[in-house]
Design a protein. Structure first.
Lengths: 293, 364, 296
């Protein structure tokens, strides 16, 4: 380093510092900007839902705040359509689908990971091949099947086609396979049955993966729209997605936007609250579990 | 190029917010690395030696103090204008590039009037590869090489832009024992050949002793002692340094000075002229105890481990503070295994006294 | 473990049963449907077999419109969303303070019902008798000409469509890329910094190659997802997508099966198989490209 550079020590230092500060500022500005883009629809949804219908319709230029919030729209949303019923349906659908699926995939994953039987590898390969098949391809026949079984407008019709997932079986099997075989042998020597071992050892050890699967499945169920739309024509079996779509197209949504937004808030809240409580777990689970839907 | 550190201090905010306050990783460093020397920064893990290294290379900015390369201040300069080379503990070779591409990478970054033509870049990269003797491996990917080879590549990459200062952060700790020895020699050879001022960070005292011109012993962010390896070993400034250097470790006892004589337990060991009466810690190097039926130091014999040229005598004593007391003695003088006790004659040059409160050295 | 031969199958039984009925059988069935000519849904009979269904679908202007829409959505949203997600992930990874907060906020759309939030986008972009809508007022404020994004010109609808799609798919991509970036060993960046590597070069020569497996994973799944676009469209434009001229291939399949023009499982099957072939082809091309460019 020549003395020439030494003279400019302060300049170099200052330039480096300025560049750093400018960079940081721009980065934060960008992040805040996108944060607002993400949050604004949520804000708008809540805001609109507490504006009175009259006030909303009178605002040619929409206001970014309201001084007279009202819960009238929520009352309207719950009384004009059986929103509570949709809600309940979705809860039943979500819980039942997730629970049945868990049983099915835990058993299957266990068989693939720890049990020895003829043809296992062949079946597993076939299972993996099924992962490539898009749901859109099979939905047509399933629709016909469920119709033929007279299961349209029943919970079983909603639930049955979505209680298996090859992807989750695969995910769980990989995790199960990591549990050392010695544990299995030890458990057998201790007099534990296969099923006992599965429930008392495997499942607790692999809890994080199972939680991941539950999280992904619950989100999927809560937001599912296509299949319920095909299978239900009776309001008594509508899920929230179908309910909201019906409100928008033939219900009060066409002229009472604040009430529609109230309904939107109501059906969004459960998952958002769950997310805010478990955000670390959910994000870790999703990044581990892969794709949506 | 000499490197001067002046009042260098680095504080980090405490990660545990409940405790609060700052963690002082590097506390008021003052020392000068002479031009062309290899210095070993030695200390237990977490003592701040890597932080010190990162301050020198510019990946961290100091809280206080100054750093000079030669006469030029570089304290807050970004790393790329300092002209340093850094070798990482886990090599940090880019896995998607070949060896040659890895070594060329620093040169390809040069800008403006420093920019080099492509042939020159390749020539210099090959030269650096030759220096660390990996000429035959240039087209390999890092994953296809052994740890030792990867370490050579990392060194070549650090050297290729002819840095003013070369920094090595625990470069040998991921290698197995045999390779470690071999690579140690290699680093020493390369440093001699290039004459680059080098800082070598390690927690392994043997490594530091064997390779360094100067050793800096650190503890909790504070420099304990700076000296040549033999000096640090023979003349430690405090109990920590004495305990940290040497294999087998120094034997430590609790003792007392009365009327100019050193007592450990019931034994009157030797004269320590000029030391006032007080409680002390006594450190005796394993090679400083010679079996002698007339010796002043009476101990219980535990085991005699034959190691070929030398013999290791494992013994006990009531006044001992350290575990696993050992003496290294010439094979001809070893006591019989069947004995229950053994007497030693201490070598005054190998016996160090330390203040019982401050653990500072008391000279006599 | 003598009896575990049967035990294995016993454990697998539920999965095999469900998959057989709702995956394997439909797969075969859909192929049969697609070649059954003149299939009658009520009597469940057909005249005969032939390629007529494919020919009908490929000549149906609604289908062609749906293919065009789908391709536009794919071509616009996949590169834009991936690029933008990378930008956000890079910004996120360069900061320490508030990183968790930003990450959490960005992920929020992932857990929301896309149909519900789509309605919010609709009212933001829609022009009604009462109001021109938020976005139009903004456009007018900056001196532009307002336009009905929901029932107006094609390009305006396509714009909202793509914008909303990107808004919906970003959270997942940002999350994946952020963790991919965070898992790159910091030493590589330190080494590069000491060598004076410029930001752009660090990005091109180190960051990109290191995260390329994840990036390609996102691109491939992004393509597949975008080709299956449907419910986001419904959220914005309602169920009569043909009427709005915004139908997608998946939408066409469902409309053929059910809905106003429904009752034709044969046409639906033919369209679904055409979609499958398109997706398969694109995925293969993607995989071939990624083999050349991804460093593992």
């Amino acid at each position: 380093m020549s003395s020439n550079t030494q003279k400019s020590y302060e300049q170099i230092e200052r330039a480096a510092r300025t560049r750093k500060i400018v960079g940081k500022t721009l980065t934060y500005a960008f992040l805040v900007f996108w944060g607002l883009m993400v949050l604004f629809p949520f804000y708008w949804m809540v805001l609109t839902s507490v504006k009175s219908t009259g006030a909303y319709n009178a605002e040619f230029v929409p206001k970014f705040y309201t001084l007279s919030p009202t819960l009238e729209n929520y009352r309207e949303a719950f009384t004009a359509v059986p929103l509570a019923k949709y809600f309940l349906n979705t809860v039943i659908f979500t819980v039942a689908t997730t629970a049945i699926m868990l049983v099915v995939i835990v058993l299957a994953a266990y068989a693939f990971a720890k049990l020895e039987f003829k043809g296992k590898n062949l079946v597993f390969t076939l299972f993996l091949a099924l992962m490539m098949i898009p749901g859109e391809l099979v939905v047509i026949t399933n629709y016909v099947t469920i119709t033929n079984w007279n299961m349209r407008n029943t919970f079983w019709g909603l639930i049955l086609p979505s209680v298996t997932s090859v992807f989750y079986i695969y995910l769980l099997k990989e995790n199960f396979a990591q549990v050392p075989d010695d544990l299995y042998k030890a458990a057998r020597i201790d007099g534990c049955t296969d099923l006992g071992f599965l429930l008392k050892v495997m499942v607790p050890i692999c809890r994080p993966t199972i939680v991941t699967v539950i999280i992904l499945k619950v989100i999927e169920c809560w937001n599912s729209y296509v299949w319920p739309r095909l299978i239900t024509t009776d309001q008594n079996y509508f899920l929230v997605s179908n309910g909201i779509q019906q409100i928008r197209e033939s219900g009060f949504g066409r002229d009472n936007i604040p009430a529609m937004m109230a309904a939107v808030v109501v059906i969004s809240v459960p998952l958002v609250v769950l997310f805010l409580i478990f955000h670390k777990k959910i994000m870790a689970g999703v990044s581990r579990g892969g794709t949506k839907g | 190029m000499k490197v001067v550190l002046q009042n260098l201090t680095k504080k980090f905010p405490n990660r545990n917010k409940k405790i609060g306050g700052d963690v002082i990783a590097v506390n008021n460093f003052n020392f000068e690395i002479p031009d062309g020397k290899l210095i070993g920064l030695l200390g237990p893990s977490g003592c701040g030696k890597s932080t010190a290294l990162n301050l020198i290379c510019g990946l961290l900015e100091p809280t206080e103090g100054h750093i000079f390369f030669g006469e030029d201040e570089v304290t807050n300069l970004p790393p790329e204008v300092r002209g340093v080379g850094l070798v990482f503990q886990n090599y940090a070779l880019y896995p998607h590039m070949t060896v040659l591409q890895n070594i060329m990478f620093p040169l390809q970054n040069l800008k403006g009037d420093q920019k080099l033509p492509k042939e020159e870049i390749v020539r210099r990269a090959k030269e650096a590869a030759g220096l660390v003797q990996i000429d035959g491996l240039l087209e390999r990917k890092p994953s296809e090489m052994s740890g030792g080879q990867q370490q050579r590549v990392a060194i070549a990459r650090a050297l290729v832009k002819m840095p003013k200062v070369l920094l090595l952060d625990e470069p040998l700790s991921n290698l197995d024992a045999r390779l470690r020895l071999q690579t140690r020699e290699e680093i020493r050879r390369i440093q001699r050949e290039t004459g680059i001022t080098t800082v070598f960070v390690t927690h392994d005292q043997e490594e530091a002793m064997s390779i360094s011109d100067l050793i800096v012993v650190m503890k909790d962010g504070v420099i304990q002692q700076i000296d040549e390896p033999q000096e640090v070993y023979d003349d430690p400034v405090n109990l920590f340094v004495a305990k940290f250097l040497g294999t087998p470790a120094i034997n430590v006892f609790e003792g007392e000075v009365r009327n100019g004589r050193l007592h450990i337990g019931g034994d009157d060991l030797m004269a320590v002229p000029g030391v006032p009466d007080k409680k002390v810690f006594v450190g005796i190097r394993p090679e400083g105890l010679e079996p002698d039926p007339e010796g002043t130091f009476g101990c219980g014999l535990v085991n005699v481990e034959v190691m070929g040229r030398d013999t290791s005598v494992v013994f006990t004593h009531d006044g001992a503070v350290s575990e696993n007391l050992r003496a290294i003695v010439a094979s001809g003088k070893r006591p019989a295994k069947t004995e229950k006790t053994v007497r030693f004659r201490p070598d005054p040059l190998k016996v160090h006294l330390f203040d019982h409160e401050t653990e500072e050295r008391i000279r006599f | 473990m003598k009896n575990s031969k049967f035990k294995g199958w016993l454990y697998l039984l539920p999965a095999i049963l469900f998959l057989g009925i709702f995956m394997v059988y439909p797969l075969i069935d859909v192929l049969i449907y697609s070649v059954e000519e003149g299939y009658n849904f009520v009597s469940q009979t057909a005249y005969g077999y032939g390629p007529y269904n494919y020919s009908y679908v490929l000549h149906d202007p609604y289908f062609l419109q749906a293919v065009k829409n789908t391709f536009i959505i794919v071509v616009i949203t996949v590169p834009l969303s991936t690029g933008f997600a990378l930008l956000i992930a890079l910004a996120l990874n360069s900061i320490k303070k508030l990183k968790d907060l930003f990450q959490t906020v960005y992920f929020l759309p992932y857990v929301t019902n896309t149909l519900a939030v789509g309605l919010v986008f609709m009212i933001l972009f829609k022009k009604t008798a009462y109001t021109d809508g938020m976005i139009n007022l903004l456009i007018q404020f900056f001196g532009g000409q307002g336009v009905d994004f929901i029932e107006g010109p094609y390009w305006a609808k396509m714009f909202v469509m793509c914008f909303y799609t990107i808004w919906v798919v970003l959270p997942f991509k940002v999350l994946i890329l952020t963790s991919a970036l965070a898992s790159v060993n910091q030493d590589y960046y330190n080494a590069a910094k000491i060598d004076g590597t410029s930001k752009g070069r660090i990005f091109r020569r180190i960051t990109l190659p290191m995260i390329s497996p994840m990036l390609f994973y996102l691109i491939i799944t992004g393509f597949i997802g975008a080709f299956k676009a449907y419910s986001d469209e419904v959220a914005l434009f309602g169920t009569d997508l043909n009427g709005a001229g915004m139908n997608t291939i998946v939408g066409y399949v469902y409309d053929m099966l059910y809905g106003t023009a429904g009752g034709y499982p044969s046409y639906a099957s033919a369209a679904a198989i055409i979609l499958f072939v398109i997706v398969l082809t694109i995925t293969c091309i993607n995989l071939m490209v990624s083999k050349k460019n991804v460093h593992y």
